[in-house]
Write a protein that binds this ligand. Structure first.
Ligand code: ATP
Ligand code: MN
Ligand code: MN
Length: 371
């Protein structure tokens, strides 16, 4: 006689916004390999294969267990011939030839090194590589190279800002920014966003949203905060970008990755005494302070939910939210708004839940967005 039918396993969606991905990654051996290949394709401006490896990595990150054999990937989306071949090699030999080759490639190594400097993107790194430069000392000794302010700070604080920021350090920075915001206005709003909001233990920076309930007032917040940090003597670097957000232009403005809110990219000096349990500092470093990267973004209150969703990440989660909106719902989503192309109207939202609901998506908690 027939037993009970097997419990159907829910199919894994091709969209990260329909998967729950915590910080626990059971397939790190595969996803680390994919990340190397994706980055290498990014350096070569091959967007297609780059995205393919990022999507494949994201799918594996969402799985509740390690993939034990290639047969177990049956039915999983976003895994093509190339990705499967890499996985098969890793399953068999513990490593993949293509990854080893990439890791030992001089161009990959150099571009990886150069782009690890704050203010140096793939374009600049490529330019320097083509001029025959291979190390930081090559760059710093080259008289014809004019580093901009951001890159100068990037080199000056290289050791500190390439070391991970701990949760305790993020909390200490939150206190500093919170004090600044509330000194300006008692009803000021501060929210932790980025990787730490997703529950990550470590980050490359700390991301915050700062705003006020009064529309229009938020644009003055960041300049005042910057002023205060300067007077406190803890502002080591500041790139401030004033708001270019224009609501009246919203219907015709194209949806994009970068947003138009007032924001700043900072390097702050954090004292060890302010951090519970102490600084995450280098071995043998006797200083009791470290430099930390901090991002602040200041959307008007009626855009708060969109900005929070957009700045919480992960990048792959954001990419897939937008792709899902466009491909499956005929809607356009970015950090400012959600537009329904069929109804030709903007959909308002005061919470992230509102946005998921407009998109007909189950709500995904921030800590489940580590796609
Ligand atoms: P990490 O721990 O490495 O910092 P993270 O997820 O916090 O991880 P960030 O680079 O700090 O990574 O970015 C956080 C989020 O903010 C991402 O989802 C990204 O899309 C968004 N973001 C970053 N810079 C901008 C920008 N200039 N304009 C719009 N969104 C941005
Ligand atoms: Mn971050
Ligand atoms: Mn950031």
């Amino acid at each position: 006689t027939e037993g009970p039918p097997p419990t159907p396993v829910a199919a894994v969606s091709q969209y990260a916004c329909q998967r729950r991905t915590t910080i626990e990654n059971n397939n790190k051996i595969f996803t680390d390999a994919f990340e190397v290949l994706a980055e290498s394709y990014e350096f070569s401006e091959l967007e297609g294969p780059c995205l393919a490896f990022r999507r494949a990595a994201s799918v594996l990150k969402s799985l509740p267990m390690a993939v034990p054999c290639l047969a177990a990937t049956q039915g999983l989306p976003c895994l093509g011939e190339h990705t499967k071949a890499v996985m098969e090699e890793i399953l068999r030999y513990g490593r993949a030839f293509e990854v080893e080759k990439t890791l030992s490639d001089e161009r990959y190594q150099t571009l990886k090194l150069f782009t690890s400097v704050f203010g140096v993107g793939p374009k600049t790194a490529e330019k320097w590589y083509r001029r025959g430069l291979r190390s930081f000392s090559d760059i710093l000794a080259e008289p014809s190279i004019q580093l901009n302010q951001m890159q100068q700070s990037g080199f000056l604080h290289y050791e500190d800002i390439s070391r991970a920021v701990s949760k305790a350090e993020a909390r200490a920075l939150g206190n500093i920014i919170d004090e600044a915001v509330h000194a300006i206005t008692p009803d000021g709003i501060l929210a932790l966003t980025g990787g730490f909001r997703r529950g990550k233990e470590f980050g490359h920076d700390v991301d915050f949203i700062v705003t006020t309930p009064e529309l229009g007032m938020e644009t003055s917040l960041i300049p005042i905060i910057i002023n205060r940090l300067t007077r406190q003597g803890i502002l080591l670097y500041c790139d401030y970008q004033a708001s270019t957000f224009d609501k009246s232009k919203l219907p015709c403005h194209r949806f994009e990755a970068m947003d138009h809110f007032a924001k700043c990219f900072l390097i702050l000096r954090l004292e060890g005494s302010q951090v519970e349990g102490g600084l995450n500092s280098a071995e043998g470093d006797s200083r009791d302070w470290r430099a930390v990267r901090v991002d602040l973004v200041s959307p008007p209150m009626d855009r708060y939910a969109f900005a929070l969703l957009g700045w919480t990440g992960s990048r792959q989660f954001e990419r897939d939210l937008r792709r899902f909106a466009r491909m499956e719902r005929g809607m356009l989503l970015d950090n400012h708004a959600l537009y329904d192309k069929t109804k030709k109207e903007f959909l308002a939202a005061t919470t992230e839940r509102d946005i998921f609901a407009h998109l007909g998506l189950e709500y995904i908690e921030p800590w489940q967005r580590n796609a």
